[in-house]
Ligand binder design. Sequence first.
Ligand SMILES: NC(=O)c1ccc[n+]([C@@H]2O[C@H](COP(=O)([O-])OP(=O)(O)OC[C@H]3O[C@@H](n4cnc5c(N)ncnc54)[C@H](OP(=O)(O)O)[C@@H]3O)[C@@H](O)[C@H]2O)c1
Ligand SMILES: *[C@@H]1O[C@H](CO)[C@@H](O)[C@H](O)[C@H]1NC(C)=O
Ligand SMILES: *[C@@H]1O[C@H](CO)[C@@H](O)[C@H](O)[C@H]1NC(C)=O
Ligand SMILES: *[C@@H]1O[C@H](CO)[C@@H](O)[C@H](O)[C@H]1NC(C)=O
Length: 340
Amino acid sequence: MSPCFLLAVGVILLAAYIFRHVVVKGQMCTSSAQLHGKTAIVTGESRPSTAAGTNLSVSLVPPAGSNTGIGKMTAVDLAKRGARVILACRSRERGEAALQDVRRESGSSRVVFMQLDLASLKSVRSFAENFLKAESRLDLLINNAGVYMSGRTEDGLGLMFGVNHIGHFLLTNLLLDRLKQCGPSRVVNVSSMAHNFGKINFDCLNTHKALRFGTSFFEVLQGYSDSKLCNILFTHELAKRLQGTKVTCYSLHPGVINSDLGRNTSPVFQWVAMPLIAFFFKNTVQGAQSTLHCAVQEGLEPLSGRYFSNCTVKKLYPKAKDDAAAKKLWELSERLCGLA
Ligand SMILES: NC(=O)c1ccc[n+]([C@@H]2O[C@H](COP(=O)([O-])OP(=O)(O)OC[C@H]3O[C@@H](n4cnc5c(N)ncnc54)[C@H](OP(=O)(O)O)[C@@H]3O)[C@@H](O)[C@H]2O)c1
Ligand SMILES: *[C@@H]1O[C@H](CO)[C@@H](O)[C@H](O)[C@H]1NC(C)=O
Ligand SMILES: *[C@@H]1O[C@H](CO)[C@@H](O)[C@H](O)[C@H]1NC(C)=O
Ligand SMILES: *[C@@H]1O[C@H](CO)[C@@H](O)[C@H](O)[C@H]1NC(C)=O
């Protein structure tokens, strides 16, 4: 083999290594803030149980209960810093499994599970009631849960609008007084870069309680993007409403993450695509870094209401900081969840 060939291979490998460990991995949260005596809620850290039909013996994807999902990695990190962490998941069974994982991986026993289904306003209300009765503090609320599929919630709302936006809207509002009492406290909303493609169709919301219809690939993608735009507009409006209190709020894009996307795909897809996904996508520890940055980085308060990605504050397009749309959406959301 010629030295030139070896040199070329070496250069390519080095470039790939640097690409994976600098560009894809992204910035890590560097704060060493400790959270002893603080309480955090993280929504959505369970993993869907491995779907029927998936053959685990040929699956490259870790089975349910292992380190997948950025919510769980966020919870582990907060627990390691000493926080009391409430895991808010919709399924008791998967929530208990996540609880065992988080306790084991963090080495902390100050982690508890409380049932919360964001697709049910009744469940959100009873979660808030139980939480306020059982716990005396709330320092961090991490709105992480999200769905990407069509359907309707228990209350007849569009599923993505209902879970990604309205459920968290009601939850945040019901817990706001406790957050204010415990200030300085923070609310962190896991949004997505997909919000860039989002639009808010108020006519559709008013008549159908959904951002849009349709179950085609593009309709679902569009509905997801719309719901993630709602998260950002809300952070914008909430920051205004919280001025003068010690509660601050942030939204973020976590990166493109290898949660377990390939879970239900064919073995061929897994052998071909999964190595590429593992290379080009962040793992879940890396995917939790911007959330952690917004939750614990010291001195972030002046940036309340802003949007982060790669642990850095980012600019938003005008539609994502449109005061009138944010206010209108807030008022409509209050009506939809019976707060007004
Ligand atoms: N992965 C990415 O590349 C990416 C990119 C941009 C933004 N995000 C956002 O990051 C967040 C976390 O995503 P992820 O990648 O970690 O996905 P994930 O593993 O699918 O996590 C979503 C979590 O939300 C929970 N959830 C769904 N519906 C719920 C409901 N009705 N009530 C309560 N919890 C519910 C799920 O619980 P179950 O186990 O019960 O289903 C799951 O634990 C989401 O908001 C997502 O939109 C992800
Ligand atoms: C994230 O930030 C790091 C360090 O500033 C940079 O090297 C990397 O390219 C960024 N990644 C992305 C995807 O922007
Ligand atoms: C799963 O894969 C293994 C190994 O390829 C095979 O022996 C087994 O029959 C498969 N099981 C199912 C349910 O397909
Ligand atoms: C998070 O998003 C929800 C729903 O969009 C909203 O109700 C809540 O006020 C937001 N909070 C923050 C801090 O952005």
